[in-house]
Design a protein around this ligand. Sequence first.
Ligand code: ADP
Ligand code: MG
Length: 318
Amino acid sequence: MPLSEFELIQQFFSNSDTCRPDVSLGVGDDCALLNVPAGKELVVSIDTLVEGVHFIKGADPEALGHKSLAVNLSDLAAMGAEPAWVTLALTLPSVDENWLAAFCRGFARLAAEHNVQLVGGDTTRGPLNISIQAHGFVDAGSALRRDAAQPGDLIYVTGTLGDAGLALQAPQNNLPLSIQLRLDRPTPRLAEGQALIGLANAAIDISDGLISDLGHICDASGVGAVLQVKDLPCSQAVCDHIQMSNDWSLPLSAGDDYELCVTVAAEKQAEVERLAMDFECGLTKVGYIEAQPGIRCLRADGQDFQQVSAGYEHFITA
Ligand code: ADP
Ligand code: MG
């Protein structure tokens, strides 16, 4: 006998490993009851993963549980927020208990790692679709936003760029596991985002590629940017790929890395670089903001670098 909707929720979603004191009422009633601490702003974001668009049919459910939460937490990271609660709207073609158990394992492990509690959701039948809303806090008025970059700011990125893109395009068995994991189990840069509050002027997470996402900062802030292509931080596997192909599109415009891109006033360079010594993923200066609109990529010799495509866009077809 397949589980009823009620039994399914009971079995898989009622007991969060995390129990936060700011949750008066979690899963089980019509709504959750949640308490935002005094002096904090609520930071809210939602993301949907659709089978066939964001992941392939038959994708590992444990990795999906991780990734669907990670991409949401990455949005909170980009605002410098501390995550607190999530809701989960799941549309499933059928009730497959093994699939659900694996999905919940991946989801719950990442949630517990960041003290995030699942407080509600919705479960329906249909083509596989995972929609997660994440909620977090920042001190009121202190969130990192896209619209506050200033000409002269230095541009930094966390981690390395292009790994997820490489995993997507290369045959899986030729890649180091660490690269495949960057696509399947991205790490939301939460501690880094929070540490950059008060230091960064603007921030965004890189979901659609550096050029595209830095472009959002530029558009929102009414500025432009210069990127020094030789300074882009890349893993050995991506460096090897670039050397073979002479194609820089992985670090410049491939998506799904979920690193942070931030801009920092030049007078805070020493302070931010001192802080970043504690970042396990590293923080690399890749360029600067200028008043002139548009993004210019420069080669090591200072000449313009002829650019590739901008990044992933859902509603544009080539
Ligand atoms: P309603 O009909 O009032 O929307 P539901 O039967 O959809 O109630 O859900 C019952 C309870 O279970 C609610 O508290 C809801 O938030 C929770 N819930 C349902 N699906 C999920 C899910 N996938 N993850 C977490 N909580 C869920
Ligand atoms: Mg419902």
